[in-house]
Write a protein that binds this ligand. Sequence first.
Ligand code: DC
Length: 209
Amino acid sequence: MIIAIDGPAASGKGTLAKRIAAHFGMGWLDTGLLYRAVARDVLAAGHDLEDIEAAKTAAQSINAETLDDPALRGPKAGDAASIVAKIPEVRAALLDYQRAFAHQEKGAVLDGRDIGTVVCPDADVKIFVTASAEARAKRRFLEHESRGDSVTYDDLLADIRQRDARDSGRSAAPMLAAADALHLDTTALDAEQTFAAALDMIEGKRKTS
Ligand code: DC
C-alpha cells in the first residue's frame, strides 16, 4: 500500500504521516527533507540557491544517510528548500529515489507537496491536509516557545504565507491536491483527532477498493 500525504508547511502532515506509517508498519519518507538537504548541500558547496547546475548536482548526489541532520529542521532550512524546489532539474533528480522508496515491500507513507500528483499518482490513498495560515503559525509559535526560541507569531505567519505562495505558485509540480485526494482540514483538530480522521479515510478507501 502507498499512502500520499500532501499539504502546506506546518499543516501537521509530517506528524500524521509518521503516525500512520508506525500504525501500519510501513516505511515513512518526509520528502521535504530531500529538498532541505539539497539546499544545505548547495550552500555548503559555496553556491547560490538559484544556481541550477549546483542544485542539480546536489540533488543527483543526495545521500539518504544525511537526512537526519538536525540542521535540516527549522524555518530557515525550509525556506531555502522551497527555493531549490522551484528548479525542475532538482525535482526530476529526486523522483527515482522517492518512487523506489514508495514501492518497497512493506508499503510506504510519503509526505510532501506533489506526492499524489507527480511522485505517486498511483497511490492507494491520497490525503491533502490543510489548516488556516493562522492556525499553522500558532502551532509553530507554540513549538518555538516551548524550546525557548525568540520568534514572534507575526514573523511566523508572514513566513508561512510566503512559503505557501512560493510552493503553490511555482510552475514545476506546484503544491496541489490530486483530483482524487481526500481533504482533511486540521484547523480545529489536535494531533489525535487528525490521526483518527485519517485512519477513517484510509479504512474507508481500503473497503471500497
Ligand atoms: O515539508 P517541508 O516544510 O519540509 O518542505 C520544505 C520545502 O520543500 C517546501 O517549502 C517545498 C519543498 N517541497 C517540495 O517542493 N515538494 C515536496 N514533495 C516536499 C517539499
